[in-house]
Design a binder for this molecule. Structure first.
Ligand code: SF4
Length: 406
């Protein structure tokens, strides 16, 4: 039954330990926070009924970079507590599953290895859950009623076979989509090959079409240590100690944007989810219970360098009609090189990007033409294709071949 209102709960707790090393003390606190947040939206029974098998999807976008301290992937405390809650509730199988990130596409490892590398495999198993990498299993083509980009879409069989699907994203800003919470997290459900498609300005439609067929029964946002700045990977940690829950994935995104000081309708994916009827993104139609948005809100730093023009005198960017998704790939490369301490050592790099891009009048030692629509430029250089090129780390590796010799 659809409603013209949605409910989102916000619960704040007092935590003293870290996702990397914690005791019963923090675990109990997080468990109580999740239980309370679920009670405030009507309880588990209303959200998942008497489900025998539940798929839980965390966010494991990348094995985190040093310095991002707990702000990139879903917190181990949240996963351990949630699996425990579901087992105690009577769920027979709790499958904690994630897809293979495009960041891991060109290496051997997949989500199973990421779970283990992050210590999450042990945490999930000791709570009674199982881990699953969607790259290992079957995807099933399902019809998309009302689909705009897809007539059929490939969905992991484990989601289709489960009785309930719970999404557990991390609360972060994002260089391409402004925020990444519940809706953006659906990118993880696509196979690694499908992930590459429509990873451009069509992206909001892509997420909306997936949500037409695989909507989480409930979304529980890990807002313990959040990420600001150049998300989803190069985030700076912000301690918020929040759990936010809702059965409406659009409403939870709207509330989470507001918590970060961002107008929900400044986020295209939320706007589209609202106008397409996936959920309610209008704060005036969302009942917020527990804490108020105002009492927990912090103005998060946004990913300003998604447009990298002028962000470094080592990498000069000349853009024509370039999209945010492509510009943000250069921004991510600049950010990563800065993290790695290599940016200042680069030697005279020029980037040509976008349709009808200008050619600089002086000669550069190292010219890169980035993105499919810049292919026909008359300037010569190294071409990195894709619309946009994925992952951004391939751009980093290409640039770093041009470090100045001391
Ligand atoms: S290749 Fe061109 S059209 Fe595609 S994302 Fe990049 S700038 Fe946009």
């Amino acid at each position: 039954m659809s409603s013209d209102r949605a409910t989102v709960s916000i619960v704040k707790g007092a935590l003293f330990e870290s996702p990397f090393e914690y005791s019963e003390k923090d675990l109990r606190t997080v468990r109580e926070m999740i239980e309370r947040s679920l009670d405030l939206i009507g309880g588990l029974r209303q959200a998942i009924g008497s489900a025998g098998t539940v798929v839980v999807k965390p966010n494991l976008v990348e094995v985190p970079f040093e310095g991002t301290a707990g702000s990139v992937v879903t917190d181990a405390r949240v996963l351990e507590a949630l699996v425990g809650i579901l087992k105690d509730y009577g769920v027979k199988r709790v499958l904690v599953a994630e897809g293979k990130s495009v960041n891991l596409k060109h290496v051997e490892s997949g989500p199973r290895q990421a779970f283990e590398a992050l210590g999450l495999g042990d945490v999930i198993r000791r709570a009674g859950g199982e881990i699953l990498g969607w790259d290992e299993g079957e995807f099933v083509a399902v019809d998309v009623p009302g689909g705009e980009l897809y007539r059929t879409i490939n969905v992991p069989r484990s989601i289709l076979d489960a009785d309930a699907f719970i999404s557990v994203p991390k609360l972060k800003t994002h260089c391409q989509t402004e925020v990444t919470v519940g809706m953006k997290s659906m990118q993880g459900v696509f196979s690694v090959d499908d992930k590459v498609n429509f990873h451009n300005e069509a992206f909001p439609w892509k997420m909306v079409d997936m949500l037409r067929v695989a909507k989480p029964h409930v979304t529980i946002v890990d807002g313990l240590i959040c990420g600001e700045g150049y998300g989803p990977i190069y985030t700076e940690p912000v301690e918020m100690n929040l759990i936010v829950s809702s059965t409406d994935v659009v409403a939870i995104d709207a509330v989470c944007s507001a918590i970060m000081g961002i107008d929900p309708f400044d986020v295209p994916i939320t706007r589209l989810g609202h106008t397409e009827g996936i959920g309610i993104g209008d704060l005036a139609r969302i009942d917020v219970c527990g804490e108020s948005i105002d009492s927990v809100m912090k103005h998060f730093k946004r990913a300003g360098e998604w447009n990298p023009i002028g962000s470094s005198d080592r990498i000069r960017v000349f853009a024509g009609g370039a999209c945010r998704f492509c510009l943000a790939q250069i921004g991510a490369a600049v950010t990563r090189l800065r993290y790695e301490g290599k940016l200042d050592g680069l030697d005279d790099i020029c980037v040509i990007i976008g349709h009808n891009a200008p050619s600089p009048v002086r000669d550069y030692k190292n010219v890169f033409i980035i993105g499919d629509c810049a292919r026909d430029t008359d300037i010569e250089g190294t071409f990195i294709g894709g619309c946009p090129p994925l992952p951004s780390v391939q751009i980093v590796r290409a640039f770093e071949k041009h470090l100045k010799e001391d």
